[in-house]
Ligand binder design. Sequence first.
Ligand code: ADP
Ligand code: ZN
Length: 336
Amino acid sequence: MTIEVTQENLIKRLGPGRHLIVTDANVEAYYGKRFPGMDRFVIAPGEVSKSIETYERLIAYMQEKGMTRGDYLIALGGGVVGDLTGFAASTYMRGVPYINIPTTLLAMVDSSVGGKTGINMGNAKNAIGSFYNPTDIWLDVGFLETLPKREFASGMAEIIKYAIGFDPEMIQQIQAMDWPFDEMKNNREHIEALIIKSIAIKEKVVEDDFRDSGNRQKLNFGHTLGHAIEAYYGFKTYTHGEAVAIGMAYQLKQANQLGRLSDSAYETCMALFNKFNLPVDLRVPDHICGVAWHVAKDKKRKATHIHTIQLEKLGQLQIIPVDFTVFIDNLGCDLK
Ligand code: ADP
Ligand code: ZN
């Protein structure tokens, strides 16, 4: 399932051609020397690069290089690199193949199923995009040794979502991880297993959803509030995983206070967030009301209710439609 990402392995897989690695400056600095003979397009790190301008420069570079439909793009980086590269691959000459090599924990867990690609338009995330699958996804957890701790924790928030919402056996594995760590050592085994389990859960839920609709929404546990938190702060204050952790924590706290979730399950969840220093509340708790209104605006809702996802017990999520006024009220905010 995992593969060591080297120039040799890439060439073995791709054969000769005008292949191009797309990566960002941080990943290039750490790993560029692994690919001495391969052409690279290096973008600035961060969300700013998911822009039309970077997309245009990338396409221009591919043209200049004379890439045709048999040549590969290789996305080597986190979600930003993956989304941009996937979108360029899906549109250049109506589609060229690409290989996705995620180097962040979040990208390993999150972007490997579903084939979503895209770039932003101003503040509108993924306003332009497509569904397009890579021909391969290569997992090499060795990349995670250099990942900043905060980025690692962001990925752990998604893994915690899978653990508490779908597969409580994963919880022990998370508890057994060394944190913080500098070298993989005995973490490697746990992390690989957790990534593989998370991907398997996502695949299964997405697949089941073709038959019995609704389950897919459970993957959005913590995300309604999480997305609103990210947007409210202009995508600058919290990482995706931090925002989702806060979103989950709010739902968990409510469920616990309403007597729907046991104290011990609640505390188990909180301990997991704490282990990775993930936030469980906003730094300015009062902002939650602004965030709540963002949910309303975001959905441009015609409906009067919203689907909240709540944990009933470890491994069991419930989709509960809640009147929007109740949703606001439950967050301790006024309806004004
Ligand atoms: P995400 O996958 O969370 O969407 P990004 O693509 O924005 O995130 O990457 C998060 C940050 O981590 C960026 O600054 C990126 O340059 C950096 N990064 C990605 N992979 C690695 C790695 N393996 N080692 C060190 N830094 C990395
Ligand atoms: Zn997410």
